[in-house]
Design a protein around this ligand. Structure first.
Ligand code: ADP
Ligand code: MG
Length: 259
């Protein structure tokens, strides 16, 4: 049975999409079957990391939610058919699908205005797991606490909350953790991103664990090379020896239960 993992953060810009894409890539490189669903319908973006543009995204999650196609028709096998960068190109013969969210202005406005039916989304998750025989379904969520996010978190086997070492993130993470605990998510893990490299990683880990009474899967360093890459590729595949990639792989083993 596949595992549903939702990747969340209270605030935007914490690195959710980059972390989700890199976790999915590591799972796929380990021979696992994995799908990523971009449920950040109000501000989609993870498709950019996989090298998909509007013209290569024929059908999207929005089409499925509005009953215009099957969910599997919106599942794009990453690394094939588009023009991926050197990192994402390594996924060409792997089993990694992305269900992107539309970046068409009227589609985004429609969802912001009308929302969407969560039961349809949940049915779509089930179909993807079955039809694609997934080991993992990763959900890239919209930041903050909103109804749709709560519902997708509620059906997850595991939730990963990403936070930066920042007081605003700390307050928001406490709120998110309370909510996740009340939803009885079986496994909740924290993942610190953008940690200053001059601070000791294991100290940050134990401080965050003490503060939130939740396990920390990893402490990813602030990474200027990632800023330079600017979401144009999958960082850990492009630069596998970089300290960020090394820590991401360690965290991936924990989060994905990889041997
Ligand atoms: N560890 C890091 N160090 C520096 N920049 C990062 C790091 N992680 C992510 N970023 C950058 O932060 C921005 C937001 O990342 P993104 O993954 O889109 O976050 P979110 O999905 O949470 O909004 C991107 O420009 C990305 O390149
Ligand atoms: Mg994002």
């Amino acid at each position: 049975m596949s595992q549903i993992i939702s990747i969340h953060s209270f605030r935007g810009g914490t690195g959710k999409s980059n972390v989700t894409a890199n976790l999915a890539a590591q799972a796929a490189m380990a021979g696992k079957r994995v799908a990523v669903v971009d449920t950040d319908i109000q501000s989609p973006g993870i498709h950019v990391l996989f090298g998909l543009d509007e013209s290569s995204m024929k059908q999207t999650l929005n089409d499925y939610l509005h009953d215009k196609c099957a969910v599997t028709d919106a599942a794009f096998l990453v690394g094939r058919g588009s023009t991926p960068q050197p990192g994402a190109a390594q996924l060409a013969d792997k089993s990694l699908w992305l269900v992107p969210s539309s970046i068409n202005t009227s589609e985004v406005s429609r969802v912001v205005r009308d929302g969407y039916d969560f039961n349809t989304l949940n049915k779509g998750f089930k179909t993807l797991r079955k039809e694609l025989q997934l080991d993992y379904l990763l959900i890239d969520t919209h930041p903050g606490i909103n109804e749709e996010t709560l519902l997708s978190v509620g059906i997850s086997d595991e939730m990963v909350i990403i936070l930066r070492p920042d007081q605003q993130d700390f307050q928001g993470t406490a709120v998110t953790l309370d909510v996740a605990r009340s939803l009885d998510v079986p496994t909740i893990r924290l993942l610190v991103n953008k940690a200053l490299t001059r601070y000791d990683r294991s100290q940050i880990r134990s401080e965050v664990e003490d503060k939130f009474h939740a396990p920390v899967a990893g402490v990813l360093p602030l990474n200027e090379d990632m800023v330079e890459l600017g979401s144009s590729d999958i960082f850990s595949l492009r630069f596998p020896d970089h300290p960020w990639s090394q820590e991401l792989r360690r965290a991936a083993k924990t989060i994905l239960n990889l041997a």
